[in-house]
Design a protein. Structure first.
Length: 170
């Protein structure tokens, strides 16, 4: 099972549209996960239309239209792994402990908010993934998203994709 992970798209405030390389990943993904801060409902509509399966949550910048359609926390079993999706997890310091305490029943937690890519494992084994942002790099050198595979009850091939600067995007 191939996953496409993104967060903090902030359209149309941070960019006019999703980057072409990210859009090219949509038909390759079995499940698309968006960890909030969509900002516009058009992006949700686009991902719902183009994705085989979509799991998404609202973020702190998402208004009533998105909050009416999306949960604050989403959970799904994918290939035998228990996934959770949430926008905010708090400060980086102590994140693993806080998330392991808040989500003891998960194997993988996908989150956003910081726009900073993150890939760690908390005790007793909760994998924490933040794909960054494909449209607003903030203090990072690149805009980013992630792909991963679920196989044989495990998460493999977790890849952070760096997007070219907007002027160089196809």
């Amino acid at each position: 099972m191939r996953l496409l992970l993104m967060s903090d798209t902030h359209l149309p405030k941070r960019a006019k549209e999703l980057p072409a390389p990210l859009l090219a990943e949509l038909p390759l993904a079995d499940v698309v996960i968006h960890a909030g801060d969509w900002v516009d409902t058009a992006t949700l509509d686009l991902l719902e239309a183009r994705s085989r399966a979509l799991i998404g949550v609202y973020g702190n910048n998402d208004g009533p239209g998105l909050r009416a359609r999306l949960p604050e926390v989403a959970r799904a079993e994918l290939g035998g792994l228990r996934f959770g999706v949430v926008h905010e997890t708090g400060a980086a310091q102590g994140r693993e402990r806080r998330c392991a305490e808040r989500f003891p029943d998960l194997d993988v937690l996908v989150f956003g908010h910081s726009h900073i890519p993150w890939d760690t494992t908390a005790e007793p084994g909760l994998r924490l993934l933040n794909p960054g942002s494909p449209t607003d790099r903030r203090r990072q050198p690149h805009c980013t998203y992630m792909t991963a595979r679920v196989a044989d009850g495990g998460l493999t091939e977790v890849v952070l994709h760096q997007l070219p600067p907007r002027g160089n995007r196809p």
